[in-house]
Design a protein around this ligand. Structure first.
Ligand code: NAP
Length: 243
């Protein structure tokens, strides 16, 4: 029997994306495990399919428009639609020896290339397929570090912790979520931003407080919301994060 829903998770060969793929597949969703590196992606997908989950590798480098186009064409050929898009791929780049105003332009550009332009390019390319779903869901991986109001508030958890290019790229992701949600408000598609928590992945580091299994929960919950669920929200485990 075919699974009812098709989901794509970008950057899913490790970390929160891999765990999101696993948890979605456990809900009888066919999951396309997106990865830019074929070997890493196939290895990750095989581990999940070997335990009986319907997880298939899909090559997609969000920095490469040809790669995104090919991935969308393959999904169109194989399934004719996409129900869930989790824009999970991301990077955190920072020059620790330099102050905020001195961060190299290269760091800003590379960060935005993946976290912002890559996310927009992927969403643009897959949107026609998501429009063919009965209940399309788009989840944009943001971060509490993308909350501009918390960064501007002395005493907030992020006031004294700033990773400038990353923070600003996630704020831009949030702004995109709000704009796309506005455009989609009279459709069956919902788009939201997720803060996964501070999670023990390569990016989060060993000092992080959340296990990966819990770090995937916000993305999965937003992928599974019903027709009365939020559109244009910024959430962590069901709780709103200030923009
Ligand atoms: N961990 C945290 O505490 C935390 C907190 C808030 C938000 N987030 C967000 O959650 C998401 C997942 O983070 P994570 O902690 O799981 O990070 P991670 O372990 O570093 O994994 C990042 C994933 O993104 C992929 N990726 C990077 N650039 C890509 C590209 N151009 N095309 C396709 N895939 C690409 C990586 O692939 P490769 O293996 O090929 O590099 C990897 O699979 C990110 O958007 C991150 O900003 C994480």
């Amino acid at each position: 029997m075919n699974n009812e829903k098709i989901a794509l998770v970008t950057g899913a060969n490790k970390g929160i994306g891999l765990e999101t793929a696993r948890q979605l597949a456990q809900q009888r969703i066919t999951v396309l495990l997106g990865a830019r590196d074929r070997a890493r992606g196939e290895t990750a997908a095989r581990k999940l399919s070997q335990v009986g989950l319907d997880v298939r590798f899909l090559e997609i480098d969000v920095n490469d428009s040809d790669s995104i186009r090919k991935a969308a064409a393959q999904v169109e050929r194989d399934f004719g639609r996409l129900d869930i898009l989790i824009n999970n791929a991301g990077v955190m780049l920072h020059d620790e020896d330099k102050k905020i105003g001195e961060q190299p332009l290269e760091v800003w550009r590379k960060t935005f290339e993946t976290n912002f332009f890559g996310l927009i390019a992927t969403t643009r390319e897959f949107l026609p397929l998501i429009r063919k779903s009965d209940a399309g869901r788009i989840v944009n991986l943001s971060s509490i570090l993308g909350s501009t109001s918390l960064h501007a508030t002395p005493g907030s958890p992020t006031y004294d912790f700033k990773v400038p290019a990353y923070d600003v790229s996630k704020a831009a992701v949030n702004a995109f979520t709000v704009h796309l949600a506005y455009e989609l408000k009279d459709t069956k598609i919902k788009v939201n931003s997720a803060h996964p928590g501070w999670v023990k992945t390569e990016m989060g580091g060993e000092g992080a407080v959340m296990e990966i299994v819990d770090g995937a929960k916000t993305s999965v919950a937003l992928a599974m919301i019903g027709e009365d669920g939020p559109n244009g929200a910024f959430l962590h485990l069901g709780e709103p994060i200030p923009w």
